[in-house]
Write a protein that binds this ligand. Structure first.
Ligand SMILES: *[C@@H]1O[C@H](CO)[C@@H](O)[C@H](O)[C@H]1NC(C)=O
Ligand SMILES: *[C@@H]1O[C@H](CO)[C@@H](O)[C@H](O)[C@H]1NC(C)=O
Ligand SMILES: *[C@@H]1O[C@H](CO)[C@@H](O)[C@H](O)[C@H]1NC(C)=O
Ligand SMILES: *[C@@H]1O[C@H](CO)[C@@H](O)[C@H](O)[C@H]1NC(C)=O
Ligand SMILES: *[C@@H]1O[C@H](CO)[C@@H](O)[C@H](O)[C@H]1NC(C)=O
Ligand SMILES: *[C@@H]1O[C@H](CO)[C@@H](O)[C@H](O)[C@H]1NC(C)=O
Ligand SMILES: *[C@@H]1O[C@H](CO)[C@@H](O)[C@H](O)[C@H]1NC(C)=O
Ligand SMILES: *[C@@H]1O[C@H](CO)[C@@H](O)[C@H](O)[C@H]1NC(C)=O
Ligand SMILES: *[C@@H]1O[C@H](CO)[C@@H](O)[C@H](O)[C@H]1NC(C)=O
Ligand SMILES: *[C@@H]1O[C@H](CO)[C@@H](O)[C@H](O)[C@H]1NC(C)=O
Length: 420
């Protein structure tokens, strides 16, 4: 039966973790991590390969590979062995993530029966052994959820099947020794009635940690321009409370996920929106940007050179709109921010005190961008520190510029740089 192989190939969207030994955080348990997009390692403009990684500043790294093949290097080869080798040479634990937005189509069937779960355990453990991995990051977006790329197989029992699979994996001698984690939504997994679990303690037992993806909270699908990654939203108007780090940690923790098993997912990119000048500014002002302005929902701006263009089919084979994503480096390259990543007088800007995130506006292009900068990463790092979370995971390592974001969140979260 070809199942384990095809399963691995269809499900695995590799995410890998690195762990650094020579840059010990204050708390040795703290996780400083990022996902690494496998498709940016080669054949991207610019590329972001293994040589671009600031290994000494990470404890964990999470590359997500090409969703259609077990490769970290686009169509040009498999960088996974080199990745693991470099990670281990730097004293870093190498993990791999399975799934992703485009790689979760067959997750449901992989855990859908006792037979399939056993085959999936076999595939994962053989894969981890073959590549000397230290851990697996399960990035199922999302169990039992219609919020998916559009063609995922969905089963109301996905969440309980997922748990049964994880428990079987933990019972396996190889699985018992792996660091198991998940990339999750801001609310707990859905039960068979589509309601968020109120008791995730069984998941807390099998996972070493979860990385909550607190980004894409607002985007082109929203009704207004809002924060990509709000730190807080309980201070926002009721209509603008769409979730945040505060709400996510509250929901998961109240359901029984210990704070020390929660890693905060943070973005090194922003979303752009088509906003005319009338909407962009507060009424009567030509300088003060409005909060939550309306945008033209028929106009999807193209982001930077890494953006998903409307002309490229997604993993379901469907054409979508432009993604509109701007990586932090591209905001600097475009001149929206100066070389240190700060606002410039050339473009109106705003820092929202509730979400603790910045906005910038390009009047000529009628483009508003909601993103993260050093100030917002500092706020998120302080939150991680103050609430005793396990650490952070950046989507994606390659989005940063000169480690401006990484340095900001590391310092605030309590990592000590060894060159200080
Ligand atoms: C990665 O490093 C290469 C070579 O130095 C450089 O050209 C490229 O811009 C870097 N990528 C990013 C995203 O910074
Ligand atoms: C992903 O891998 C498949 C199979 O090797 C290849 O055909 C495809 O071009 C790759 N996609 C990207 C974006 O590199
Ligand atoms: C990744 O692909 C590039 C070519 O695009 C190649 O030069 C490089 O050696 C590959 N890296 C690995 C580790 O396979
Ligand atoms: C088990 O896996 C096979 C092969 O992928 C799939 O066709 C089948 O639907 C799966 N079973 C369940 C119950 O999901
Ligand atoms: C457990 O993993 C460590 C490294 O991650 C390895 O050195 C050790 O041999 C593994 N033990 C077993 C029983 O596989
Ligand atoms: C949560 O579920 C676990 C079993 O997974 C159970 O032992 C525990 O009592 C439950 N907690 C609550 C508050 O219901
Ligand atoms: C979030 O906002 C609420 C309401 O303003 C406030 O009480 C709380 O302290 C804020 N939390 C954080 C972590 O900023
Ligand atoms: C400006 O944008 C808003 C929201 O998209 C729209 O309702 C309005 O008609 C636009 N005004 C002009 C002058 O285009
Ligand atoms: C919104 O964008 C569409 C597509 O570019 C354009 O045809 C339309 O005029 C825009 N609407 C407004 C109100 O500007
Ligand atoms: C520019 O940004 C850096 C962080 O990248 C910050 O330390 C510095 O204070 C900022 N400078 C100004 C003038 O705001």
């Amino acid at each position: 039966m070809a199942f384990p192989t095809s399963l691995a190939i269809s499900v695995l969207s590799l995410t890998t973790f690195f762990s650094f030994a020579h840059s010990q955080p204050t708390d040795p348990q703290l996780i400083s991590s990022a996902w690494l997009a496998g498709w940016h390692i080669a054949d991207a403009t610019p590329t972001f390969g293994l040589g671009n990684i600031s290994w000494d500043k990470y404890t964990d790294m999470i590359p997500t590979p090409n969703t259609s093949a077990l490769t970290l290097n686009g169509s040009d080869g498999d960088a996974l062995p080199a990745f693991v080798e470099q990670a281990h040479a730097n004293g870093v634990n190498a993990h791999v993530a399975l799934g992703g937005w485009g790689g979760s189509i067959y997750y449901s069937s992989s855990v859908g029966s006792a037979e399939n779960r056993t085959l999936f355990v076999k595939a994962v453990t053989e894969f981890a052994t073959k590549y000397s991995l230290d851990g697996i990051n399960f990035d199922w977006e999302y169990p039992a959820s219609s919020n998916n790329i559009g063609c995922n197989i969905i089963n109301p029992d996905d969440t309980s099947n997922f748990l049964a699979f994880l428990q079987e994996l933990r019972a396996n001698p190889v699985g018992a020794n792996l660091t198991l984690s998940a990339a999750t939504a801001i609310t707990p997994f859905l039960d068979s009635s589509g309601t968020a679990l109120t008791n995730v303690s069984a998941f807390a037992d099998v996972f070493d940690f979860i990385a909550i993806m607190n980004y894409d909270i607002w985007g082109s699908w929203s009704t207004a321009v809002g924060p990509n990654a709000p730190l807080n939203d309980s201070c926002a108007a009721p209509a603008n409370q769409q979730g945040s780090a505060v709400s996510a940690i509250t929901a998961w923790h109240n359901a029984g996920m210990p704070l020390e098993k929660i890693v905060l997912g943070v973005p090194s990119y922003g979303h752009s929106f088509s906003v005319n000048k009338t909407s962009a500014f507060e009424s009567g002002s030509t300088t003060q940007l409005a909060a939550y302005p309306a945008f033209n929902a028929s106009d999807f701006p193209l982001g930077d050179s890494w953006d998903n263009a409307a002309t490229v089919p997604d993993a379901c084979g469907n054409l979508e709109t432009n993604g509109g994503v701007f990586d932090f480096w591209s905001l600097i390259e475009a001149g929206y921010l100066d070389t240190e990543g700060n606002f410039t007088s050339a473009y109106p800007s705003r820092f929202d005190e509730c979400s603790q995130t910045p906005y910038v506006y390009d009047e000529a292009a009628e483009l508003m961008i909601s993103f993260d900068n050093a100030e917002s990463f500092t706020a998120k790092g302080n939150f991680i520190h103050d609430f005793g979370l396990r650490g952070f995971a950046i989507w994606e390592a390659g989005g940063d510029s000169n480690d401006i974001l990484l340095d900001a969140i590391r310092v605030a979260a309590g990592f000590e740089d060894d060159d200080c």
